[in-house]
Design a protein around this ligand. Structure first.
Ligand SMILES: [Zn+2]
Length: 71
């Protein structure tokens, strides 16, 4: 295991397995789907860390110029 914390990796949390796995952003959806399909009969158990989901949304919004703090 490497301790390398690349900014482009996202923590995938599975409460049932009590595991947290960092995967590249481009592989998150596939990793979650494969884990849930293989380990949990397709149930939606594993998921991206919610705190990171919010950050991804912020980054995406900023990138698109949608952050408007006019209020
Ligand atoms: Zn699991």
């Amino acid at each position: 295991m490497s301790d390398d914390t690349a900014a482009s990796t996202v923590p995938v949390v599975c409460p049932a397995c009590e595991t947290t796995t960092r995967v590249p952003l481009s592989e998150v959806a596939d990793t979650v789907a494969r884990h849930n399909d293989g380990q949990h009969d397709g149930r939606d158990v594993a998921h991206v860390d919610p705190a990171i989901v919010d950050r991804i949304a912020d980054l995406a919004a900023a990138d698109l110029g949608l952050t408007d703090d006019s209020e």
